[in-house]
Design a protein around this ligand. Structure first.
Ligand code: F6P
Ligand code: MN
Length: 312
């Protein structure tokens, strides 16, 4: 669509790209508002207080001041966007209702600063966003109308899909997101694996899958941040990320609404797959805000192989 060979190269910014996607103006506006909010989040990440805020979230985790700040930045932007009716965030205990109007409005579930405990050791973190039409947030991930993440690494990048391919934008010196990769596609298999959790808590099936990957010569590439780890698999176009069930944590760690659904939507839109071991992540029906699930996500053949091992 953009950047055809032989044509003069010019930078495509996010709004212009969204306008070529055949989606409604409210959704374009919403995604651009999230992109705007991320400029304040990256500023907070780069210069903000690393102290503890003294509050804990729904999951009993210590909240860094940066989590709270990032949550406020994004929530405020969404509330004032004029196109959002329901908001859920990993840092809020309940759904926040902006309006009961549903006509042309969207619901947003987001993780404002995933991996925030990595900021004090200066590793990459990110914001993850899942968008549904209407006010119901308890829909299968397949019903998302858009998903995106913003990765705060050495560079800031934004990766989105509205169901029509996966596209990467990078923040330039003017803090504008310009197109850097269009229609990212995943190879059926890869040679990197990114395994979360503790290996001595893996089931024999998962342990055997890891051994299979190692014997195949796959390399371990795990940063401990979901956004950079998924970004690696997606942008290299191959490999698998997993956060399996652990002994004592049958649903793994990662949350369906805020983390798994948006990433599964992006990876499926790039030709990859995501499963909890038996069911595609995008077909799981969320029942609670804090619902978790195990995940195997990435190159389709690798994900299928994981399922074989896990279920053997
Ligand atoms: O949100 C949780 C998170 O920080 C993710 O970014 C990451 O994938 C995961 O936890 C890492 O967990 P663990 O340290 O158990 O591997
Ligand atoms: Mn998180």
């Amino acid at each position: 669509m953009f950047g055809e060979p032989g044509k003069t190269k010019f930078q495509i910014d996010l709004r212009r790209h969204l306008r070529g996607q055949n989606i409604c103006d409210n959704l374009i506006h919403l995604i651009c508002e999230v992109a705007e909010a991320s400029k304040y989040v990256i500023n907070a990440v780069r210069t903000g207080d690393l102290g503890v805020a003294g509050t804990s979230n729904l999951y009993g985790e210590e909240q860094l001041a940066l989590d709270v700040l990032s949550d406020r930045i994004i929530k405020k932007r969404l509330v004032h966007s004029g196109v959002v009716c329901s908001i859920a965030s990993e840092e809020m205990d309940d759904i926040y209702k902006v309006t009961s109007d549903t006509n042309g409005f969207y619901s947003v579930a987001y993780d404002p600063l995933d991996g925030s405990s990595l900021v004090d050791v200066n590793l990459a973190v990110g914001t993850i966003v899942s968008i549904y039409a209407g006010c119901d947030l308890f829909q299968e991930g397949r019903k998302q109308v858009a998903a995106l993440y913003i990765l705060y690494g050495p560079r800031v990048s934004l990766v989105y899909s509205v169901g029509n391919g996966v596209h990467e934008f990078t923040m330039n010196q003017l803090m504008e997101f310009t197109l850097t990769r269009e229609n990212v596609r995943m190879h059926p298999n890869g040679n990197i694996y990114s395994p979360g959790g503790q290996r001595n808590k893996y089931s024999p099936g998962v342990e055997n899958f890891i051994r299979h990957l190692e014997e195949r010569g796959a390399k371990l590439r795990y940063s401990g941040g979901f956004v950079p780890d998924i970004n690696q698999v997606l942008m290299k176009g191959k490999g698998i990320f997993m956060y399996p069930a652990l002994n004592g944590s049958p649903n793994g760690k990662l949350r369906l609404l805020f983390e798994l659904n948006p990433m599964a939507y992006l990876v499926e839109n790039a030709g990859g797959s995501a499963t909890n071991g038996t069911t595609p992540i995008l077909d799981l029906k969320p029942e609670t805000l804090d619902q978790r699930a195990p995940i195997f996500i990435g190159s389709t053949e690798d994900v299928m192989k994981a399922m074989e091992f896990v279920n053997s």
